[in-house]
Write a protein that binds this ligand. Sequence first.
Ligand code: E4P
Length: 217
Amino acid sequence: MKIFVDSADVEEIRKLWRLGFVSGATTNPSLVAKAGGDPKDIYEELASFLEHVSAEVVAEDADGMYREGKDLSSIHPNIVVKLPFTEEGLKALQRLKAEGVRVNMTLVFSPAQALIAARVGADFVSPFIGRIDDIGYSGMEVIRNTVRIFALYDINTQIIAASVRHPTHFIEAALSGAHISTVPPAVLWKLLKHPLTDIGLERFLSDWRKVQEAKVA
Ligand code: E4P
């Protein structure tokens, strides 16, 4: 499973990328608004060091989505256009695919939506785990069933486990066979930490220091 950062905060993403395990980022209008600044600069900068940067359209009609999608994809070859799973989004998806633009279908909440998006040509689908859990259903089940359906029919569309809220979501997405998990920075920092790593290192170093001190004495 590849690991993406779910954020538009360039500095935070760069910090995580420097550790070597992040290969992409997914943004959305809320995240870009929170980051501030010119969205085009954010996408351009992220795409200069990441292989995948999802940039979402804000138009609600297919013509507008198509035009925005074309503009976004012209910023950098690593930009993937994010379209919402709506009827207009499906129309825009067909037009963008016909022109070779890579698309990530977002706001996917069921395996049926994922299958339809894949059949229309989406390169990526993003089921939102956390938001499904929030309304009392199982987000992970949507991931598991989508993985199964895509395997049964040899579908190449990649599944991005999105709306990840905690480390357990991340591990379960990996076990379920999601191709990618897009994870907020706060959760990624938690994944790096384990109390036994800190305790273990402290013990190794103190044992080492004791021997060195004994040699000197
Ligand atoms: C996916 O690409 C979205 O940015 C996303 O994961 C939104 O998740 P949220 O439910 O935490 O807003």
